[in-house]
Write a protein that binds this ligand. Structure first.
Ligand code: GDP
Length: 207
């Protein structure tokens, strides 16, 4: 499946402001600078759908996009930006938590992780919170093109997994991506399409 159509719908500060919840929805989140905007642009075949950050942490709202007139892609604010005040941090966290825990049509949260880094406390805490609340998530390792030397990417993943599995019994579904050479892009879109199909099957059988 190719993304042919990607339109911005709206930015919302609260769950109550979010658009129509009739479409299956997928949210993307990660530390500021993880490469979220670049990946969203790569996934949607657009140069500038999501704003690549001049100022990390600038996008502070829940941004909804409609893809192929059939599903919603949600760009959530990046977390862990050091320059954000404690008060602002609390506001973002509340906004994100309210959205993720209550949005009925949200089928998967994609947690983005820079493949070059060891597990960071803030990501681990966030995923722990998702797990404790029974919220489905998958991981996307970003910037894979930056690990060029032979075996470097595999090694980084192995290190990450070892640490991750100290706390978790197994890895969630995960993808390895690059916005530069488009690695993982097709796979992620296919994965979303697969979930969409299941979603429609289930909602048809309930009718
Ligand atoms: P965001 O803050 O998470 O939205 O991150 P951005 O998409 O704005 O990217 C942050 C920085 O990382 C920018 O300088 C991007 O050009 C760079 N970047 C993002 N994705 C990739 C990637 O896949 N490969 C490489 N080499 N650089 C990337």
């Amino acid at each position: 499946m190719q993304v042919k159509d990607a339109i911005f719908i709206k930015s919302s500060a609260f769950l109550s402001e979010c658009p129509d919840s009739a479409y299956p929805e997928y949210a993307f989140i990660g530390r500021s600078n993880v490469g979220k905007s670049s990946l969203i642009n790569a996934l949607t075949n657009r140069k500038n759908l999501a704003k690549t950050s001049g100022t990390p942490g600038k996008t502070r709202l829940i941004n909804h996009f409609r893809i192929n007139q059939s599903w919603n892609l949600v760009d959530l604010p990046g977390y862990g930006w050091a320059k954000v005040s404690k008060k602002d941090k609390a506001i973002f966290e509340k906004m994100i938590a309210e959205y993720i825990t209550n949005r009925k049509n949200l089928l998967c949260v994609f947690v983005l992780i820079d493949v070059r880094h060891k597990p960071q406390q803030i990501d681990m805490e966030f995923m722990r919170w998702l797990g404790e609340n029974g919220l489905p998530f998958s991981m996307i390792f970003t910037k894979a093109d930056k690990l060029k030397r032979k075996g470097e990417l595999e090694k980084a993943l192995q290190v990450y997994k070892l640490d991750f599995l100290k706390e978790w019994e197994s890895m969630p579904d995960y993808f390895i991506s690059s916005a530069v050479n488009k690695m993982g892009v097709e796979e992620i879109i296919r994965y979303i399409e697969g979930i969409n199909k299941m979603y429609h099957k289930q909602s048809n059988s309930k009718k």
